[in-house]
Write a protein that binds this ligand. Structure first.
Ligand code: DAH
Length: 357
């Protein structure tokens, strides 16, 4: 019995994992294990022998079981130690001094515009940048022969051979989102639609991709007066200049009747642009009362509903507000430019907190 004990206690101490321990348990105290077989022999012994051997065998069995349990616990401890060592992490290390990025002026201004119009009850709507020519032109009362189609320097998508349908276009303005919003929501409606637009044009004031924001308000009795108030309210809030002055100039767009272009009073004295003073006027947007045919294309009955729309260049108003001279630099990804004109990621524009603070 002493041999048995010595053999198993040593083997258990040497076992390198749980599987080895389990093998030893089966060999020693399993149903057919060495210790169990010895216990069966008790039946053949004399009562005197049994009285001595019984307790000794039980004690041996207990000893082996507790050695197994102890080894199992120490193997688990060692595994945990190993994990703690290999997964150790010094949470007190300083961060890697990564320079903070900045918010692009186009994103910043889009947020500012959104905050102002949200305050006046406008929701934000979006539409696809690859648009059918129906949404981009026809639905906006720009038929096939209309000169506006040519003027817009449209990018046409490639068509599969044999496909005779009108090609899709990269949207030339955000106005098609008016149609999509009317179709999706019906009237009354108040939305702005900011996003990217595309025209084949490139010089100091034009890039082939730029940004616009469209506005649309339809209800029973919306008039030009509401349009004027909303735009004046917007410009006052956006440009953050006391005494911003607007001029509404009669114009023509196929999708509005009547139409007006809006100019803002400014001065160029000393070569720098100042808003709200001087004798010059800078055009900032197009607007008007939505044409009945456009309402119809959007599924809205023009005998019951009317409203205004406007379209504005986001990059353009960003240049005016923040004194950025060259439009092309917006899209050059020049880090020095981005650091200079970019905004802190934490300075989210709100009406109460100050737009560009
Ligand atoms: N879609 C016009 C453009 O890209 C801008 C515009 C003018 C939009 C008048 C309007 C509007 O909604 O009423 O040049």
């Amino acid at each position: 019995m002493d041999d048995l004990k010595a053999k198993y206690i040593a083997a258990i101490a040497d076992a390198s994992d749980e599987a080895a321990l389990e093998d030893l348990r089966v060999q020693a105290v399993g149903k057919k294990g060495e210790v169990s077989l010895k216990m069966r022999e008790l039946g053949k012994m004399t009562p005197e022998e049994r009285q001595i051997m019984g307790p000794r065998l039980n004690a041996l069995k207990d000893e082996i079981n507790s050695a197994l349990a102890a080894r199992k616990a120490s193997l688990a401890d060692a595994a945990l130690e190993e994990r703690l060592r290999s997964e150790w992490l010094d949470v007190t290390l300083p961060g890697r001094g990564r320079p903070a990025g900045t918010i692009h002026p186009v994103s910043q201004v889009t947020e500012e515009v959104t905050a102002i119009f949200a305050d006046m009850g406008f929701a934000v709507a979006e539409g696809p940048q690859v648009e059918s020519d129906w949404y981009n032109f026809d639905a906006l009362n720009i038929p096939g022969h209309h000169p506006a189609r040519a003027e817009m320097d449209t990018f046409y998508m490639h068509r599969a051979e044999g496909d005779t349908r009108a090609p899709h276009v990269l949207r030339t303005h955000t106005s098609p989102v008016q149609i999509r919003s009317m179709q999706a929501q019906g009237a009354p409606i108040r939305v702005i639609c900011p996003g990217r637009v595309y025209r084949c044009d490139y010089d100091i004031t034009h890039t082939p991709m730029f940004h616009q924001v469209e506005g649309l308000a339809i209800d029973k009795d919306i008039s030009m007066a509401n349009l004027k108030w909303v735009l004046e309210e917007f410009c006052r809030a956006f440009f953050e200049v006391d005494g911003v002055e607007l001029r509404f100039r009669a114009s023509h767009f196929p999708f509005t009747e009547p139409s007006a272009e809006v100019d803002i009073r400014c001065s160029w004295e000393g070569g720098t642009l100042k808003l709200g003073e001087g004798d010059d006027w800078l055009e900032i947007l197009g607007s008007g009362m939505v044409h009945p045919k456009v309402l119809q294309a959007g599924g809205i009955d023009p005998d019951q509903w009317q409203g205004f729309a406007f379209g504005m260049g986001i990059d353009r108003i960003a240049m005016l507000k923040y004194g950025i001279p060259d439009l092309r630099a917006f899209f050059d990804s020049d880090l020095r430019w981005l650091r200079h004109y970019g905004f802190s990621a934490l300075a989210k524009p709100t009406l109460h907190g100050g737009l560009s603070a």
